[in-house]
Design a protein around this ligand. Structure first.
Ligand SMILES: C[S@@+](CC[C@H](N)C(=O)[O-])C[C@H]1O[C@@H](n2cnc3c(N)ncnc32)[C@H](O)[C@@H]1O
Length: 199
């Protein structure tokens, strides 16, 4: 059954991605934190905030079925500078098949430094996160916030979307300054894209 779904996904990423996403929601609703993949407008709004004139790498967290990954590549992030992290083994396998040119790391972003290995020692310019920070276990969310602080140097960007239209709580990211915050109405449900800069 898994093999049939994977083949369908490669032929028709749109419809089949929905099926895979739905299966993951049933298996792990808190970790998915969304009813469906991001719409292209939300994904491109996230990607557009990534500066292309910096030397370091871009890390995408919570790749899912690849909506934001597609937008990051379309925005112009070079494949060699993009690393995608995904907790679910099924989704990570899907991402590896869909984007064979990318480094896809399967694991928990709470352990991002270990997952990144040598990449953690170099410069990370932007972290683009679709992680459902509000629905994850609070200890996991705290550990992820700590990873953001550890891995981003001053000036580094964290780009995050949230379905809470009031925005991300400042307590979660004490070392970051909110640079911009914009609601994308053309997503179901509408989402707020926030850009934070490491102080
Ligand atoms: C809201 S979905 C976003 C998927 C995709 N980026 C999109 O926008 O359509 C959240 C994704 O984060 C992944 N995820 C949740 N917790 C995670 C964690 N601790 N570490 C890495 N990935 C995680 C989920 O498996 C899921 O694929």
């Amino acid at each position: 059954m898994k093999e049939i779904i994977m083949k369908a996904l490669l032929q028709n990423p749109g419809a089949a991605a929905l099926a895979l996403f739905a299966r993951e929601i049933l298996a792990n609703p808190r970790a998915m934190g969304a009813a469906c993949p991001s719409a292209p407008l939300l994904a491109s709004s996230m990607a557009a905030r990534v500066p292309l004139d910096r030397a370091g790498i871009v890390v995408e967290l919570g790749g899912g079925t690849g909506a934001v990954t597609t937008a990051l590549l379309a925005h112009g992030v070079p494949a060699r500078k993009l690393v995608v992290v995904e907790r679910s083994p099924t989704l990570a396998r899907h991402l590896r098949q869909r984007f064979p040119q990318l480094r896809i790391l399967q694991g928990n972003a709470a352990y991002l430094t270990q997952l990144l290995g040598d990449d953690a020692a170099g410069r990370i310019d932007s972290i683009v996160s679709s992680l459902p920070l509000r629905s994850l276990h609070p200890a996991t969310t705290r550990a992820i916030g700590h990873q953001f602080e550890t891995l981003l140097e001053p000036g580094g960007l964290l780009i995050q979307y949230t379905y809470d239209l009031r925005g991300t709580h400042s307590r979660l990211l004490p070392s970051f300054r909110r640079m911009s915050s914009k609601i994308v109405w053309g997503n179901l449900p509408p989402a707020r894209v926030e850009v934070f800069e490491r102080e």
